[in-house]
Design a protein around this ligand. Structure first.
Ligand code: URA
Length: 208
């Protein structure tokens, strides 16, 4: 399985801002979007291009353009929503599928409550967006859902990861590349990543 850790200084600096308890909702939301955009830049590295002719003010050039691959962004509700606009700013024609999964607070198991896919999901390369890869329960369930729906490929963009989540994905979805900014130490008894950044959904939407 492939895990890509984005060590770029700009990303790591922004990650520190997310971790900081003093970072307020507005700033937190903006920085999640900025990191998502930078992660998208890396995640789309292998998109195919084709040569096209373009007329510059000086001459006709042969130049690269994206070869029209169909993409779907799949935010896991609700924290994944915070990453959508940042990614869409780089790939505005991507479709957005939604998967509503929450972790049962007692069992920590994923419970599905809403799913809406584009009709042609089976023709699309899918990018799951979830800022936190903790137990891996929701990410693995989302990957299973997308594969059953026929998605062409699945990748996971997760800002902050923990070893149990990475391990679960390795066991259940070894073909799904994980793109993340760091792998933290462990999970606490409530399933929070340590040191982590707290509850990503609450910090994005100001619900705490
Ligand atoms: N989800 C969060 O929002 N934070 C964690 O630390 C783990 C899961």
């Amino acid at each position: 399985m492939s895990v890509t850790i984005l060590t770029h200084p700009l990303i790591q600096h922004k990650l520190t801002m997310l971790r900081d308890i003093e970072t307020g909702v507005k700033m937190f939301r903006e920085v999640v979007g900025e990191i998502a955009m930078l992660m998208c830049y890396e995640a789309m590295r292998e998109l195919p291009t084709e040569d096209i002719k373009v007329t510059t003010p000086v001459a006709v050039a042969t130049s690269k353009a994206l070869a029209g691959k169909k993409l779907a962004l799949v935010p896991i509700l609700r924290a994944g929503l915070g990453m959508v606009d940042g990614v869409l700013s780089l790939v505005p024609s991507a479709k957005v599928a939604h998967i509503g999964l929450y972790r049962d607070p007692d069992t920590l198991q994923p419970v599905e409550y809403y799913c809406k896919m584009p009709h042609d999901i089976s023709e699309r390369d899918c990018f799951i967006l979830d800022p936190m890869l903790a137990t891996g329960g929701t990410a693995a369930a989302a990957a299973t859902y997308l594969k059953e729906a026929g998605a062409r490929t699945v990748k996971l963009l997760s800002i902050l990861s923990a070893p149990p989540g990475v391990e679960k994905m390795r066991l259940e979805h070894p073909d799904v590349e994980i793109i993340t900014c760091t792998i933290d130490s462990h999970l606490n008894d409530h399933g929070y990543i340590v040191p982590g950044l707290g509850d990503a959904g609450d910090r994005i939407f100001g619900t705490k």
